[in-house]
Ligand binder design. Structure first.
Ligand code: GLC
Length: 603
């Protein structure tokens, strides 16, 4: 367990909260709204639903004023709401309604970059002498080609379109600006103290308005290596531009900036400080940010698990094994306990394909079992738990080949498909591999409208309105209404639906938070290629111990209990029709395909 002076198990609201992520464009529209987009009013109308599921905190992806080049992750005004979502008054109302239910709101803070339509950037690009010129990262061309065309300052590739340069030429002033994600998202220059002050102001603005913290978008990208060197050629010679991650991920001043943010803003509130930190797996770097005494953030999203099938870039496929998956999870469970940090537990968000399609089996036969298996795992791991909209009903990716390329709306997918078509126009195998990557990895899969019911548009918006993004074709069978209504569980012998199972698992986590949120963690099956089994031990003197056994395969498996372990009872399982699993309590557990169980260990 952790050292004597560890604060790992000291209670905090943001440790035990169940945080539900809403993707606002696709969560819920409101009656009479003809835009085909979700809205703030729509979110407010679903708070009772979230409460019933067991949610405490709602995090919404950006709803600020934005041209929506990257679905709101390109902000044009940090202190106003985009008209497609509503008004500031609607947000005040949302905060009030959340408070009434003892719930909280967390906003997305996107301050590595702004929109190219933000007033700061419009000023910055207006002339080399504008006072805001230095708020962004401007550089002269590296060279001028014989034909007079300029070359970008270095070879860094755009993150959401790696065939393109991360630098964008501005004809008027003859310089390039850096836009790591897309040209519509110019990176702010955090070296400039005025920029940092402006960010602190934005944070105070929202915290004073009643929000309870921030999920900080790509916060580990805010400090760049000041010499802006060329990146190594890891994508091979056919690629002019290369991932420059090593020069802008956890850069030289990151920890200074986060410490300053903590001092200037976070320390003055009891706020959640959650950083999104892609591309970093180094333990020391991560602990600098989330160590209990770091004075920086409370927790970060570590990308190990969701990067498991990514080689150098996200839109690609890499084979992986269950053993690797288990090792990643175990590593971060143990690290945070031993080194007094704090974990996030997440497996889905708006940037990832659906988890049941990725880590389990999303066929009609196994979808429900797989989604419940993942629910059992998520709700029994240590750290702050995040549930992404639709995960609670086991929403899955579009069926392979079902969508034509035009159905994909995300800028990353569009850039990817453009690249594949340009590079491999005459290579049917590569074109079909490209389609496969889209079917398995595109962010679009997580962004389809929430499936509320079997009504037209899945109840997401009025029947006569066309949703901004196509509704998944399985909404008549996979939807909230049917999963909440089905007779099951407590009073009958019927099996719980995915939704009911999530609700039950969340309740179990809340009832035993000293075990599942704050407790110790020990992997019991590191070598097993299919079964993930671990023990969670209560952080308080009661010493309660629970065994979790998860079969991550489509074959039956047997798990033999460790010598010193005897089970008192099974408590929850994804296969059973009864309230508690009627499984034998012997030394070996026979598991069905994708079966998961948790049981109490005898003392
Ligand atoms: C984060 C967001 C993603 C966005 C990117 C740029 O990774 O989650 O959706 O495209 O940052 O803001």
């Amino acid at each position: 367990m952790a050292s004597q002076d560890s604060t790992y198990a000291s209670p905090k609201w943001w440790k035990e909260a169940i945080i539900y992520q809403v993707y606002p464009s696709s969560f819920q529209s409101h009656p009479g709204n003809t835009t085909g987009w979700g809205s703030v009013k729509g979110i407010t109308s679903r708070l009772d639903y979230l409460k019933e599921l067991g949610v405490d905190v709602l995090w919404t992806s950006p709803i600020y004023k934005s041209p929506q080049a990257d679905m709101g992750y390109d902000i044009a005004d940090y202190e106003d709401i985009d008209p497609c979502y509503g008004t500031l008054a609607d947000v005040d109302d949302l905060i009030r309604e959340l408070k009434r239910r003892d719930m909280r709101l967390v906003m997305d803070l996107v301050v590595n970059h702004t929109s190219n339509q933000h007033a700061w950037f419009l000023e910055s690009k207006s002339s080399k002498t504008n006072p805001k010129r230095d708020w962004y990262i401007w550089k002269a061309p590296k060279s001028i080609n014989p034909d007079g065309s300029p070359e970008p300052p270095n070879n860094w590739a755009q993150i959401l379109g790696e065939a393109n340069s991360a630098w964008n030429y501005d004809q008027v002033t003859g310089e390039y600006y850096l836009g790591l994600f897309t040209p519509d998202q110019p990176d702010l220059n955090w070296e400039n103290p005025e920029v940092r002050e402006a960010v602190w102001d934005v944070m105070h603005f929202w915290l004073k308005r009643g929000v309870s913290g921030f999920r900080m978008d790509v916060i580990n990208l805010i400090s760049k290596v000041p010499s802006y060197p060329d990146a190594p050629l890891i994508l091979g010679p056919g690629h002019k531009y290369q991932p420059g991650q090593q020069f802008f991920v956890n850069g030289p001043k990151l920890h200074d900036y986060l410490t300053e943010m903590n001092r200037q803003v976070l320390s003055k509130y009891d706020a959640l400080a959650l950083g999104e930190m892609p591309f970093i797996y180094d333990e020391d770097e991560i602990l600098k940010a989330v160590g209990a005494r770091s004075g920086e953030l409370n927790m970060i999203f570590i990308f190990g698990l969701v990067d498991i099938d990514n080689p150098n870039v996200r839109m690609a496929l890499k084979p992986w094994t269950v053993r690797e998956m288990k090792a990643i999870i175990t590593r971060w469970q143990r690290t945070m306990i031993e080194k007094d940090g704090w974990n996030t537990v997440f497996i889905e968000n708006h940037d990832q394909p659906r988890s049941v399609s990725r880590y389990a089996d999303d066929s009609d036969e196994w979808r429900d079992k797989g989604a419940k298996l993942l629910a059992l795992m998520q709700t029994t791991l240590g750290g702050t738990l995040f549930v992404y909209q639709g995960e609670e009903i086991g929403m899955r990716n579009a069926r392979s080949g079902e969508w034509p390329p035009e159905a994909f709306r995300d800028v990353e997918t569009i850039n990817y498909w453009k690249k594949v078509q340009t590079l491999y126009a005459n290579d049917p195998d590569m074109l079909s591999l490209g389609r496969k990557v889209m079917d398995m990895k595109a962010r679009d899969h997580a962004r389809t409208p929430m499936q509320w019911s079997a009504a037209p548009n899945a109840g997401f918006c009025d029947p006569e309105v066309t949703p901004w993004m196509r509704v998944m074709s399985d909404y008549k069978t996979v939807n909230v209404e049917s999963q909440m209504q089905q007779q099951s569980g407590e009073d009958s012998d019927g099996e719980l639906t995915t939704w009911q199972f999530w609700q039950r698992c969340l309740k179990n986590r809340a009832e035993h938070k000293e075990v599942f949120v704050y407790g110790d963690f020990h992997d019991q099956s590191p070598a097993d290629p299919n079964v993930y089994a671990y023990i969670r031990t209560s952080s308080v003197d009661s010493g309660d111990r629970w065994l979790v056994v998860l079969n991550f395969s489509g074959q039956k498996q047997r798990f033999v209990l460790p010598e010193a372990l005897e089970l008192e009872s099974w408590a929850l399982g994804n296969y059973v029709s009864e309230k508690t699993p009627r499984k034998p309590l012997g030394r070996a557990v026979d598991l069905q395909e994708w079966e998961g169980l948790i049981g109490k260990v005898r003392r």
